[in-house]
Design a protein around this ligand. Sequence first.
Ligand code: BTN
Length: 241
Amino acid sequence: MKVRFKIYHFKKISSTNDQAKTLAEKGLIDVVVVADEQTKGRGRFNRKWISSLGGLYFSVLLKEKNTDKIKYLTFIAAISVVKAIFQSTKLKTKIKWPNDIHINNRKLCGILTENVLGKVNQVIVGAGININQSKFNKKISNIATSLKIELNKKTNKEKILSHFLKEFDKLYVQYKNEEYARILKLFKENCDTIGKNVKVKTLSEIFCGKVIDVDEDCNLILKLDDGKLKKIIEGDISIVD
Ligand code: BTN
């Protein structure tokens, strides 16, 4: 299957999401910006995303009228990363709600979805996958991993990207057809956060409880220690057990 995206490849840029934003402002859509290294890679909550050689850093730029459901784009990207990694390496990875892919309790990939508001609404879905890095700096070495560390051998980055784009494009058709229930089901099958006891940090509060579901608006549903239900729209979770 031929992928319909036009790919722009850079050796080193600030951030593929920022570069995709520049292309968005020029009116481009359906393009993918890929970089070997980023000097200003960003994560959620404006955190730095360390983007050294060996990782795969890319952003997909899409046109999007209805921005209500764009969290589903993060979900389809996460599912596509899990599938692409499995197709290339046979490694089974899991999604941590809403945007992390992990294996053996360490993070392998993060996804950052951003909206570009303008004459035409565009959405940028950026992903950083740790592929051929042999090690990470001290600050993150106990929470991050790469395919190289897990498999003790190199993986072809281009193949991962091409599997990703094929899977993403398939799921994007479901997204465009508003088949959200189908996507949510697939997300839940690949997400291991449901059923776990977690600590959730939102921008202003901290909640502890058991994850009982992900709802149709992509929120996490938490049963708090006092038995009440709490809907988490955005937050950072750490697994307690
Ligand atoms: C996160 O886990 O907080 C999300 C990390 C997203 C990183 C990717 S790397 C490619 C794209 N460009 C960026 O600056 N960020 C995303």
